[in-house]
Design a binder for this molecule. Structure first.
Ligand code: TXA
Ligand code: MG
Length: 316
């Protein structure tokens, strides 16, 4: 597996054109890319990640000219959202174009579309000349990758290359919204683009998908344990309770994550929690053999629905 620099982006494009897998940086997390129109390359993504066959992929475009290749019956609301947020960390579910291999969407007749604003992601899609299907570049169930080293950790020997773009601006995955789920748009996964921002642009209320909703699972990815290190993660919302917990004797190697706003006393190793650091710290807990990850969420953290969503999925 090659570690490519920004200057070697042509090599990355050649590999993708030859139906190989290449991981690339986006403004959220690293993606594991393949040509969207190559069913065999897409199959390689599922195999490399050990991804359940019922979990669909996001397709990345560099311009709206590519939209008609992958989606059909595009509603006006798409253009309102694209105007406001593209390129950027928003993924929109539409009807899939019949010529897109069904495996991209895990057999569903819908398709997730995103236009990343990272210059290397944009340049790569342009050079390949077609949209790239790309889930987050991590083994299924592991924290997303926010450094090329994380991609190496998970995929050494299994994929052709990773393009080094340093650490992403945002650090957690895009907001996902469905425009085909029913009467109202539905927020499938929170991200830094908030429900309120979307409602303001659409001038209407949107629904929020809950995994406990009955019936067909509309966003299959949300039913799996995610973003999870080997050690159990315990969430605390009371500083007193956390300090009491830390003061009980335990032979366990403990990691504590908390925002830099708080000071915590106790016997553990302390690290700064933020959207930018979360995944790297969860990976560190695996590498360094921590046996418990204790996360303190203060009132500010609790208001951050994207961060809370990832923490809850990691503890499930
Ligand atoms: O920020 C991101 O979105 C990153 C970067 C690489 O773009 N990608 C990412 O992909 O997070 P992934 O595969 O880890 O998460 C995609 C999520 C999953 O929860 C999946 O179930 C959902 O989007 N999804 C994809 N296609 C869908 C569809 N057609 N209908 C409903 N949900 C879909
Ligand atoms: Mg993922």
């Amino acid at each position: 597996m090659k570690l490519l620099t920004a200057e070697q982006i042509d090599q990355a494009a050649q590999l993708l054109k030859a139906d190989e897998l290449v991981a690339f940086p986006t403004e959220t997390v690293y993606g594991l890319g393949a040509r969207v129109f190559s069913a065999s390359a897409i199959q390689k993504i599922f195999t490399a990640k050990n991804r359940p066959a019922d979990n669909p992929l996001i397709v990345h475009i560099s311009s709206l000219d590519q939209l008609h290749l992958i989606a059909a019956e595009i509603p006006d609301q798409f253009y309102q959202l694209a105007d406001a947020f593209f390129p950027g960390p928003l993924t929109i579910i539409l009807k899939r174009h019949p010529l897109v291999p069904a495996i991209v969407s895990a057999g569903m007749d819908t398709i997730a579309v995103r236009m990343p604003n990272h210059p290397l992601a944009q340049a790569l899609i342009k050079r390949v000349g077609e949209p790239l299907a790309a889930p987050s570049a991590n083994l299924s169930g592991k924290p997303s990758a926010t450094l090329p080293q994380h991609v190496l950790e998970d995929f050494k020997g299994k994929i052709a290359a990773v393009i080094d773009g340093g650490s992403p601006e945002i650090g957690i995955e895009s907001t996902v919204i469905s425009l085909v789920s029913g009467d109202k748009p539905q927020l499938m996964r929170p991200g830094i683009i908030t429900k309120q921002q979307i409602e303001q642009v659409l001038g209407a209320e949107i629904d929020v998908y809950r995994s406990s909703d009955k019936g067909k699972i509309a966003s299959p990815g949300m039913k799996y344990r995610h973003y999870a290190p080997r050690a159990p993660i315990l969430l605390f919302q009371s500083l007193k309770e956390l300090e009491a917990y830390l003061n009980t004797a335990s032979p366990k190697k403990r990691m504590v994550l908390a925002s830099e706003r708080v000071i915590i006393r106790g016997n553990a190793s302390f690290f700064t929690l933020s959207m930018h650091t979360l995944y790297a710290l969860l990976r560190l807990s695996d590498r360094e053999g921590y046996e418990e990850v204790l996360v303190f969420c203060d009132i500010e953290d609790q208001k951050n629905s994207a961060l809370m969503n990832r923490l809850q999925h990691a503890t499930k």
